[in-house]
Design a protein around this ligand. Sequence first.
Ligand code: ADP
Ligand code: MG
Length: 276
Amino acid sequence: GEGLPRPDETRVMVVANQKGGVGKTTTTVNLAASLALHGARVLVVDLDPQGNASTALGIDHHAEVPSIYDVLVEGRQLSEVVQPVADVEGLFCAPATIDLAGAEIELVSLVARESRLKRAIEAYQQPLDYILIDCPPSLGLLTVNAMVAGAEVLIPIQCEYYALEGLGQLLRNVDLVRGHLNPKLHVSTILLTMYDGRTRLASQVAEEVRSHFGEEVLRTSIPRSVRISEAPSYGQTVLTYDPGSSGALSYLEAAREMALRGAPTPNGVAVLYDGH
Ligand code: ADP
Ligand code: MG
């Protein structure tokens, strides 16, 4: 899959939802790999102390590895911590190590505590088409750093009971950050995850999300798939673990939609993807 339009400027996307287990990390790594396979240069920033995105990308992130903690708290350069992802050309990762768990507290007393990630990204010299930031399941200073660094929020929503519960809080936080710290911030993309088309519940939730958010919701939804959930234990995304699987194909398609939606046009207005 070559030939997708590349953005004029790096698109920095904050993958957030303060609920755990909705598919943030899975979506971050698989969309990132898909975009890279489509020919883009992509950096994943792992901002969750669990380091699940680093694990899923097969990136070494034991305690001694230079990590995003060093960037945020110690003021290290992003270029000193970024590692290439094996097997996927154009894909890179800034790993999280366990010390990131303390950063939420340590950041409180630091200068420019909300904009440390933004500054690190601005100082990063490598050309990139996308930066995907995998957020922890909370709305603390790590997530605020992501929201100050990026313009776009991508919300994965699991097609389950209470899917929309708690989203109000996330959306209010987006508004707060936009009002005080980052006027460009907006929810650009909603992705339905773990979608089981056989159940009425899933289609009802999908319907509800689409009527609530409208055009932000990608037409592609991600099916529930065992292959997607198996891939991380091999340090792989589903794109290399099982490239022909429905999970891999759906992430490739979601990435294509994202790229086409964000594509610049001559008059500078983004074109909405029409499904073709
Ligand atoms: P979060 O980062 O929001 O906590 P994860 O991406 O870690 O969520 O996903 C939570 C769990 O659900 C993981 O075990 C993951 O493997 C699994 N999972 C995510 N997406 C899918 C999917 N489409 N099909 C099957 N399992 C999935
Ligand atoms: Mg996660």
